[in-house]
Design a protein around this ligand. Sequence first.
Ligand SMILES: [Zn+2]
Length: 136
Amino acid sequence: MSDSRSSDHSVRDLLRELFPDTHRELFGDEAAPEAPPTLGLYPVADGRLALVHGDQLAEFSPLDPKGRNALHCDLCHYTRSRSEASVYRVRVGARRTRYVTLCLGTQACQKRAGSRGLESLASRIFPLESSFADEH
Ligand SMILES: [Zn+2]
């Protein structure tokens, strides 16, 4: 998994493996390797999410829920209960971390947020610190 963010190619491979339909939707068939920049949030493993924007990838790791307050999704801006959303930690640099609250049902969440919502989320995360990205 450690090289999953090293290139656009491996991100695509991961998506193709996990979400063949999504992969087809995003990249079309393999005859078109120069697909336009894409943006999306994808469930990967262990409850994590990967935010993909062009050739960049940031990994969102869910935190253990604390307290019982409702959560406010940073993507679709719905208020969610603790069972419907989670706080995720995103490392964006060697010493920089962001916290983002997102719905667990990310497909529906992204549908509500639309591409604008995704773009605004991506603008909070990217670009990753390049020295940090190079380490991996
Ligand atoms: Zn949401």
